[in-house]
Design a protein around this ligand. Structure first.
Ligand code: ADP
Length: 420
């Protein structure tokens, strides 16, 4: 054991003395390695500095070039000379520019037209006292929001619904803009749609309720009563017929709305069309004791249009004349050229000699579901949609419907179809 220890000690001593002898060589190596690293790092730092310097030199030049190009574009477009007033005048919606104290600085022509009595120098908070407008002004002037929107209704001179947006102009101007977007038409259409759906549902609900009532009676108290069963089944059949007519008319209306333009280039022979309408309504006229008389002008009676649609128009008008004018006992159908008016064309008039229509109802009679006498319309199997379908089709034909009536003497429905 003592021998091994002695041997190891002498080996270590030999290595140490060898290292000591070559100490300058080792030092030179370390210095060389460090130098390489320092040099390399320096080089990287140097490169980074150079890149930064180049970027710094290039960056302002790029920005300057871009803004110079923008300025040139603005100059070329004339935007530089465009005053806020011109810009406001070019906006079709009412627009008001105001300052930090909510005082009107400028209003465009549309704003003057919409809001009587506004003028520069006037306080907006006094002009628009509605809480929603006050809240809008507060939110924008307090800086709580850079822009904000509210719905506001102006009551006078006529009621109008606006969506008002307010925003800060910014760019150190201390000015703000109010823009009023008129929503009245969109709201009216929304209301019309809602009314239409409510009316249509009501019209369908009534026969449905009656059918379901009769089913219950047939299953309960009338279960063993053959006479009642026969009577109730007849009523149920009538009610399903009423629902089917209503659905047909609703589909007709929606089809017409979906294809608003007429196929050009087709001609309709009014003589032949009216002959077919009169033939098809022969049974109804006989049933009601009404004689249909023709008073057709000689010669060709052609107009541009859609034959099926015009058939539907005259069928509706003649059916109404036979139903509502039944007491007059006769209906006269006239076709004649009318070349003296502003638009030459052909007039088709369907005149009955029944009770007529009171004057106050005439302007509304083509509205959907409008009836002079609801019960009478129901017993006559009416849906209240016939004349609105007529009006729709005539609009597509660029044609006019005029209604003349004297109570007690009958009604005349005249269709003017332009010749070309
Ligand atoms: P309806 O399906 O009820 O017949 P219309 O739209 O065709 O619906 O007609 C609307 C209403 O106009 C009818 O309910 C009726 O009150 C009235 N009316 C239409 N034509 C005549 C007429 N020739 N004479 C009197 N009233 C009429």
């Amino acid at each position: 054991m003592a021998d091994i220890g002695t041997e190891q000690r002498s080996k270590a001593q030999a290595v140490a003395s060898r290292l000591w002898n070559s100490r300058w060589l080792v030092a030179a190596g370390i210095v060389a390695v460090l130098a390489v690293y320092v040099f390399a790092a320096g080089y990287v730092v140097l490169l980074a500095c150079a890149a930064l310097l180049i970027a710094a030199a290039m960056l302002p030049a790029g920005v300057a070039r871009q803004s110079a190009e923008d300025a040139a574009a603005i100059e070329a477009s004339g935007l530089q000379h465009l005053s806020g007033e011109y810009l406001a005048a070019a906006v079709a919606d009412p627009l008001i520019i105001f300052d930090r104290t909510a005082t009107i600085v400028h209003a465009n022509a549309a704003a003057f037209a919409a809001f009587g009595g506004i003028a520069p120098g006037m306080s907006l908070s006094l002009k628009f006292r509605a809480p929603e407008m006050q809240a809008l002004l507060d939110s924008i002037l307090s800086g709580a929001a850079a822009s904000d929107v509210v719905d506001y209704t102006e009551k006078l001179p006529v009621e109008r619904a606006y969506r008002v947006s307010a925003s800060s102009v910014g760019h150190g101007t201390d000015l703000y803009v109010l823009v009023f977007k008129d929503q009245s038409e969109a709201r009216r259409i929304d209301r019309m749609r809602a009314d239409f759906i409510a009316n249509a549902s009501h019209e369908l609900r009534t026969p449905l309720a009656s059918i379901s009532g009769f089913i219950e009676t047939l299953r309960g108290p009338a279960r063993n009563d053959p006479a009642a069963r026969e009577q109730f089944l007849q009523i149920m059949q009538n009610q399903t017929g009423r629902m089917a007519r209503l659905i047909d008319d609703l589909l007709s209306l929606s089809r017409l709305e979906m294809k608003p333009y007429l196929k050009p280039g087709t001609e309709v022979d009014l003589r032949q069309t009216l002959d077919s309408v009169i033939d098809s309504l022969g049974p109804l006229a006989r049933e009601n004791g009404v004689a249909i008389e023709r008073d057709f002008e000689e010669g060709p009676l052609d107009v541009p249009g859609d034959r099926d649609e015009l058939f539907q128009v005259f069928e509706n008008l003649l059916e109404n004349a036979c139903k509502y004018g039944q007491s007059g006992g006769r209906v006269v159908v006239t076709i004649a050229h009318s070349d003296d008016g502003p638009e030459p064309g052909i007039d088709v008039t369907i005149r009955d000699f029944g009770p007529g229509i009171p004057e106050e109802h005439i302007p509304r009679i083509t509205e959907r579901f409008y009836r002079v006498d609801v019960e009478n319309s129901r017993t006559q199997k009416g849906t209240g949609l016939g004349l609105s379908i007529v009006k729709h089709i005539l609009t597509r034909h660029n044609a006019r419907l005029s209604i003349k009536s004297e109570v007690g003497k009958g009604a005349a429905f005249s269709v003017h179809l332009p010749a070309h």
